[in-house]
Design a protein. Sequence first.
Length: 384
Amino acid sequence: MLNFSFVNPTQIHFGEGQISSLTSSIPQDAKVLVVYGGGSIKKNGVYEQVSNALNAHTWGEFAGIEPNPSYQTCMQAVAMVREQGYDYILAVGGGSVIDGCKFIAAAALFDGEPWDILGKGAEVKSALPLGVVLTLPATGSESNSFSVISNKDTNDKLPFATTLVQPQFAVLDPDVMKTLPERQLANGVVDAFVHTMEQYLTYPVNAKVQDRFAEGLLLTLMEEGPSVFGQDVSYEVRANVMWSATMALNGLIGAGVPQDWGTHMIGHELTAVYGLDHAQTLAIVLPRMMEEQKEPKRDKLLQYAQRVLGLDTSDPDAAIEQAIAKTEAFFHSVNMPTRLRDYGLGEEVADKIVAQLERHGMTALGEHQSVTLDKSRNILLRSV
Ligand code: NZQ
Ligand code: ZN
C-alpha cells in the first residue's frame, strides 16, 4: 500500500426528508446564496423544501448554472456574491451546479483573474463556505474537493482542486432521483462506475481494503444500476445507487493506491469539443483504454474478471477479452452507447482531441504516465 493522508470532512445527511436538516446545518447568521441549474428543482419539490428549511435564514438565489458549468455563468454569480455580500453558498443540483459553486466560492475571494485558478493552476488561498443538496448521484462532487469548469469561448474544460471548496455538508435524499430523466440516471451509474475503475484498475499494491471496497461498489452498480429506471423503482435501489456514487469519489477507495484518470482526461476533451455528456464520453473511452492498457493493467484486469465478473481466468487472455466485453455490455444494459459513431462522429475526432490533449499538456496519461498522444490517438480511432 502507498503512503497516504486521508480526511473527508463533509458531513452527510442521508435519507428521506433530510433536506430539512439545512435549517441547522447552515449558521443562522449566514447570508446564503442558493445556486441551482435550469429549474428542475422547481418542478420536483426540492426548491420548496429548501425554501421551507431556510425560512428563518437570510437568503437569495442564482439560477442558470448549465450542464458542464461555464466560467462565464459562474462569474455572473461571483459578481452577485461580491455586490450583495453573500457569505455562504448552497448548491442545489447535480455535479455541474456543485462544481460551479466550488468555483464561485473560490473566485469570489480571489485576488486577480479567477480564470487563472483553472488556466494556470493559481493557488486558492480562501473560499466561502459551501453546502450541498444533491439532486443527481453521479460525480461525487458533493463530498470531494474537485471541480471542473468549462470556458465556452476557448473550448477548455479544466479541473481544479482544493480542500477549501470541499462542501461542509451534503444532503442525499434518494427521493430526489424520481424526476431524473433516464439519460441522467444512466450518466450517474456510468460515471460512478468509471470513477471506481480509475482508482481500481491500475496495478496491485496489496491494498486489500481499498480493492474490496472498490469491488463492492462495482458489484453494487452492476446489480442495481439496470434497476434504477422506470416508474416502480424502490427506495432501496435508489439509495444504493446514490450512496455508491458518493463513495466512488470521496477519497476513500483512492487512498494509498495508484490512480489512472486517463479515461477522464480524454473524456473531458470530447465534452469540450463535441458537447457529449461527461458519462457518455467515459463509456466510449474506457473499454478502449482497457484494450490499449491490457498489459500494464493485466493483474488487475484478471482480478476484476474473477472477483467482480465471476469469470473463469484459467485462460487469462480470454478472460481479459471477456472482461472488456462485459464492461461494455454493462454500459449497454443501462442504455449507454459506447461508440463515437452513435453520436455521428468518426475518425476526424482523433486529430482534434489529440491536439486538445497536447494543448493542455495531457501527453503522458495513466498510472504509469505511459499513455502518450499516439496511444490516445489509437484509443480514439478504436472508439469509432
Ligand atoms: O439544471 P437542472 O434543471 O437542475 O437539470 C439538470 C441537468 O440538465 C438535470 N437534473 C439534475 N437533477 C435532477 C435533474 N433533472 C430532474 N430531476 C433531478 N433530480 O440533469 C442534468 C445534468 O446535470 P449535471 O449536474 O450536469 O450532471 P452531473 O451530475 O452528471 O454532472 C456532470 C458535471 O460534473 C463534472 C463533469 O465533468 C460535468 O461537468 N464532474 C465533476 C467531478 C467532481 N467534481 O468530482 C468528477 C466527474 O468526473 C466529472 O468530471
Ligand atoms: Zn467522472
